[in-house]
Design a protein around this ligand. Structure first.
Ligand SMILES: *Cc1c(COP(=O)(O)O)cnc(C)c1O
Length: 375
């Protein structure tokens, strides 16, 4: 079908050259295309334990009310989050996943006149939301490969990228896909150096998985740094990626601005209830954290037996150096029913990102990998 005019050139400038986000391959696609039924998906950093049983028990009641619009202000979930983080409810913005919140930030603070600063190898959504709005990206070099945090955020380099037109800085802690992280002291020092007129977004999608002592407690920093936005999600440790809920914690004025560009019902009614129950089950979170911590060490050790090393990670995933193009290994693993994530779109060509799964999933991935590497 030939379009009646050149729609590409009619699109907003940022959209013309935009490459859409590349998600992990869904199990259904592997089933459909390869006819494989026994599938292990370790490609999107989901919680292999799934959501809390309390969430599943609460769902039938919500379904009765599907004809009703959700609470557009998310009162119940915000109250629970307010207790959980010890912040006022007017500091909380709910999103359709934290991805939605990142987009609200771009819409509220960026125009084609301004720029956003982020690191090379940072989470792919930052360049996406920046470019979609037509703003410029100022990309800071990451730490070199021989640094203690290889390919991790270099805060000095990021600070040097700030200019008079910088409105937003995106930081992922830990970063996806690398897994690398920033310590309390360096992040706090950075925040003191950033002009108060520049919004600093600290994306903490994996915070609940972290067992590292030096990890910053950023929600307690909001009063000291009114330009700080902390984002969190229910997609990772809470096991609700399919329902799409995330949130931002920020100064009430920033929260108010984000609220202006938010869709009136951006979080659906099922998600609101599920997230509230998920938040209340701290045992499930602890169990998930513990399983991840234990299994990650096992996977690291067994990868080492295969001669493979990983970037340091405090998330629920490892960025593994395959010493050859990762995409070819990814494709071979598919035939074994194992889905992992190539990261060549991040220019980490020789790496694969692998989510930590259940013990049996990890073992299946490891034996498939061994077979792929030795045949
Ligand atoms: C997974 C992830 C998110 C979460 O995205 P949702 O939209 O909440 O599912 C955000 N930031 C990073 C760095 C992530 O890895």
């Amino acid at each position: 079908m030939t379009p009646s005019c050149d729609f590409i050139n009619l699109a907003a400038p940022g959209v013309r050259t935009l490459h859409p986000y590349q998600p992990g391959m869904p199990e259904s696609e592997l089933r459909r295309q390869y006819g494989i039924t026994e599938i292990v998906k370790l490609a999107s950093n989901e919680n292999p334990l799934g959501p809390s049983p309390h969430v599943l028990a609460a769902l039938p009641d919500v379904l009765k009310d599907l004809a009703r619009y959700p609470d557009g202000n998310g009162f119940g979930l915000k109250s629970a989050l307010s207790d959980h983080h010890q912040v006022a409810t007017d500091c909380i913005t709910l999103g359709n996943g934290s991805n939605d919140v990142l987009e609200l930030i771009a819409r509220a603070f960026l125009t084609s006149q301004q720029n956003a600063v982020f690191s090379k190898y940072a989470f792919a959504v930052y360049p996406l939301v920046t470019q979609a709005i037509g703003a410029k990206a100022r990309i800071a070099d990451a730490h070199p490969a021989d640094h203690v945090m290889p390919y991790g955020h270099d805060l000095d380099a990021m600070r040097d990228k700030i200019d008079a037109l910088t409105r937003v800085i995106f930081i992922a802690n830990p970063n996806n896909p690398t897994g690398t992280w920033l310590h309390h002291d360096e992040l706090e020092a950075f925040l003191w150096q950033v002009p108060p007129s520049v919004i600093v977004v600290v994306d903490e999608a994996y915070a609940e998985y972290v067992v590292e002592d030096s990890y910053p407690d950023t929600p307690s920093w909001l009063e000291r740094f009114p330009n700080l936005i902390v984002t969190r999600t229910f997609s990772k440790v809470y096991g609700l990626a399919g329902l799409r809920v995330g949130y931002a914690l920020a100064h009430p004025t920033i929260t108010n601005l984000l609220n202006r560009v938010r869709q009136p019902f951006n979080v659906n009614s099922v998600a609101l209830v599920a997230a509230t129950f998920a938040l209340s089950d701290s045992d499930h979170v602890a169990r998930s954290r513990q399983l991840n911590h234990q299994q990650m060490q096992i996977v690291i050790d067994e990868l080492a037996n295969l001669g493979l090393t990983c970037l340091p990670s405090i998330g629920n995933f490892l960025c593994v150096d395959m010493k050859q193009p990762g995409r070819a290994i990814f494709e071979k693993l598919l035939y074994h029913g194992v889905i992992v994530r190539p990261v060549d779109n991040y220019r980490l060509t020789n790496y694969l990102r692998i989510t930590i799964g259940l013990p049996e999933e990890n073992q299946k991935m490891l034996s498939a990998l061994q077979e792929v590497l030795t045949t």
